[in-house]
Design a protein around this ligand. Sequence first.
Ligand SMILES: [Zn+2]
Length: 705
Amino acid sequence: MTPRACGFLAAAALVLAATAATLFVSFAPLGSTKEDAEIPAVLRAEASTEMADAPASAVLDSRSGGGIASSWRPLPEDTAPWIEVRSLAPLVVRAVAVRLANGDPSSLRLAFDGGSALAPTEVSARDAIFVLDSERSVARWRLKGAVAVSRIEPLVGRPTVVVLDRDGGGDALLEILRGYGVPAAWMPALTQTMGDWLPEDTWVALSAESPSPQLIAALLDFVKMGGGLLETSSASPVCAPPSVRVDNLRSARLEGPAFDEPIAYPGALADETPCQRCTDRRVLLEDEAQRPALIFYRVGEGRCLRFLGDLVDGVRRMRQGNPALADRDMNEKGGIQPSDLFVGQIRPADFARPHADLLVESVLAALRLPFRLHPLPANAPGLTIFTADQDYVPEAGVEAQIEDGAPEALTLLLTDARFGGKPDVDFGAEHPATLSARWASVRADDGVELGIHPNLQGIEPSAYAAVLRDQANAFEREYGKRAVTVRNHHLAWQGYTQMAEHQARAAFRMNLDFMALSFLGEGKLGYLNGSGLPLRFIRVDGTVLPIWQQGTQVDDHVLLPPRFGYEAMNVDGLIAETQKLMDRSLADPPHPITINHHPVWRYETDGRWQRALLEASRSRAMPIWGAERWLDHQRAMRDTQIARLGPGKLSVTTGGSGVALLLPEKAEVRADGRRLEASEIQIAGRLWARVELPPSKPVVIEWAQ
Ligand SMILES: [Zn+2]
């Protein structure tokens, strides 16, 4: 990165730091020296000549997941600067959607590659959309207007799924789709021309908002002509008149054809109302009382898919628990922890399966997408994410763990006083780091990543944010980089997502606190948050936070004696349970498994569990990664841009190495004419051909069956 652009981003980060309201719209790396890491692999924004002369006032956020989002705040004395957005590889663009923080959207102008400025095709109160006459390959575009922009997103190529988002409620739905590998596009709900230029096999996805009569009419026209409509909430019916919500909240068990096991859903399902316009109806999922939960309808030439619950709310509750239980020690064990948010919600059998993933994949299966991405690294049947909480073990103990069985990678979460410990109890703050910067750099070559393991016990909750920030800064001073991963000692939690917000402000990007604890009688190892995959935290108001939640399925706390309140296991029992959960992670739908090991236990068990879990991973051909590498891979998947060029033909720009593209079963796949090796992967009962995207940018992928 050039020094100018670097300074530009740093200054922009300061602008954002002082503007709390936009903090989570655009998450600049606050105080970070790692701007590069925050910029997507395929897209970068740089100040144009005009911008360089103006006060730095724009920042590119990068991690909106898939597209581009930008926050642009013209300073008062500069009423009409340009912002230039530049991609590292040309993108096939059909439209550009812009959401404003303030200002008049009709004043916006857009210019491509130095061409003349275009006026928006459509505007509403906060949104402008520029629709081109035809698809164009674009490497740079510039926006001008006396406005503040909160979001810019190109609609690349012909999207397969578009999330209509009038009021910001679509962000969470977009997060879920992209996290599972669906390259969905964001679009404000502008109604006039949408049906004219969206391909007719596109799915338009609606989140829980009430569509206006005009929008309903436009969507129905789109469907009748052959489009698809995914209603993710019974609160936004289009294909059938409004249904009556059932008030009694119940945990339904959905029974579906995609998986041969029930899927839990912790919410209310509405009763189906008849669809007068529909010519065909099929129930794809039903609850345990055999009432429909997911229904497919044919309307005219098109398709409607109705989920009779609320997909975003359901997935959020399955992954993050019940917001009504926030800040309460529900299970009266271990203080306030994430597990308190799930009390009464998970049946014991559900700990044994990724129930949130099963629900999302069931809905995605119904879309019969022609292609998608997959979060696992290409060619790997699964993945072991290996972490360890240091818990005050000195260097020799850590060394012993790293040597034992020679793990390929390990994320070590530190408990030094300055970055992890609690100064009044643990080593004094003046105590030198147990693991020096030199040690860290040598061990990085062995796959050892460092994060922190803060001890917040006994600290006033009002001080959590400051302690985390201080510890993150101390870590950076010691090791010369920001800590990305964090898991709290004793899994201390606050609010519904408040702890995650503190962590995000301290520039942590992956949270590992949602660990399945084997409490006697009400918990088990396995899927506390119903998932092996990371998604960014979703607040109750639907805002998406810039920090990923990665659940931890296996931990060695079960080796503690029964008086600690856990269902105790011996080492052999823990080895067997670990193997069982690994085997489940390889089954449909395949996903990573996250394991946490305490170095202190290595002494108790003579390292037997660690060696066994490493051997179990290797014998199953599961790579062993640290959590930070896994996060980088997840970002690479989301940064991958796909444009449809025609039947069986895509232009793809990968966001990083090892990203997996899924194409129809038995497809023969070529990349720029060269044959790609495909492996088979089964998701929700459907077989896909999986290929690794080549690093060249962009590449034309063609396939035939
Ligand atoms: Zn700990």
